[in-house]
Ligand binder design. Sequence first.
Ligand code: EPU
Length: 442
Amino acid sequence: MFNSRYEALMDKFVIRGGNRLKGTIQVSGAKNAALPAMAAAILTDDPVVLENIPQVRDIETERKLLAAMGAEVELGYGRAHHRTSICCRNLASPEASYELVKTMRASTLVLGPLVARFGRARVSMPGGCAIGARPIDLHIKGLEKLGATITQEHGYVEARCDRLRGAEILFDKITVTGTEDLMMAATLADGETVLENAAREPEVVDLADLLNRMGAHIEGAGTSTIRIKGVSSLHGARHRIIPDRIEAGTFIIAGALAADELKIQNCEPRHLGALLQKLRECGVELQTEADCVVVRANGKLTAADITTEEYPGFPTDMQAQYMALATQAEGSSFIVENIFENRFMHALELVRMGADVRIEGRRAIVRGRTPLSAAAVQCSDLRASASLVIAAMVADGETILDRVYHVDRGYERIEEKLRSVGAEIRRIGQMFPKRATVPVAH
Ligand code: EPU
């Protein structure tokens, strides 16, 4: 997707609904685990080798970000598929520019590692985003507690210190990348750091596993108290990224709506607890094995309410896809979005396809079992796009989905994976020379 001289920037998906799905889909590595893992390579002179890296646009953006600083990054597309090797021995400029941060907010994950290793970091402040405000004040407050001096000027955060020192940090609010950023910074601090009210997401645990392999001393990842004993240096390591629980969940919902039998393989059902429990409540037929979930659509879905929460609660990253399912369930579902203030953009597009959704602040009320009909619709963010792909697969007729660069940020070849199990979905696009301006994707 990224190696040709041309990039398909304004691609659309054409999806004809109504096909039954049957077969096996392989889940890729987790984007949201791979991004912090790549940033962790900044903490050492040695190469860090990461396996099961998803081939998605956000990973390419992070490669560009690290390479712009002087890192050697080999993304193993081709022979060493899905492997990346990153060496940050010769980082020349500890800076993340606006051009890259604006296309991917997770770029701020380099802040903690840069200041811990080089005593200096300059990272553009991310602006607003399609799903909400998404400030980084908790990253900044935490780094100040660790002894960094932070200034904010001209849209950039600048952090400086001689050596970070361990501290007790109580997060006002649970933040996933905030926990990851400070955990990375604390590995090289003087003394012990305790993170309280830390995020418990599997991606945080995966990052702690990698850091411990690199020589860090981290305990408690996966609980709300994480203890990090600082060390003077870290070394290289090899690590396999966990499966993407949100990609897996997306295919499970597609299967619940349209599968004779769909096997979602290479996933980690333990990470999908809240989703699987809710789907069973809706009447979805599911079987789990060690590394796979098998789902069948029985056409007898009933409405159930969800409230998005931090892990292990129902993930905000599955809310949009769940809404697509709720449009086909008997009865009314109440969907409360607690994490981001503006994450219902997909609802308006679903309504254009015939869904009955009413938004009241942070709550959406979906009156179910309305037939969906194909329409021209637009992706507004990554998970909203997934919701529309699912809706289109059960809609009557041919849906044209515009702005699929949002999908490409986080789903690896979604159209090929779905086509391989019977969906009728194809990509059409205009090709632009690579130097063309990339549209801003949040
Ligand atoms: N927040 C603050 N201050 C901060 C940081 C966060 O007020 O300094 C607030 C946010 O505004 C939000 C809440 O805290 O209301 C939670 O945000 P969090 O920091 O946890 O989100 P994030 O770390 O920026 C990650 C994922 C998102 C996912 C959220 C929530 C990555 C790279 N991104 O974002 O993934 O939605 O956690 O689980 O890990 C996606 O993959 O589509 C995606 C958006």
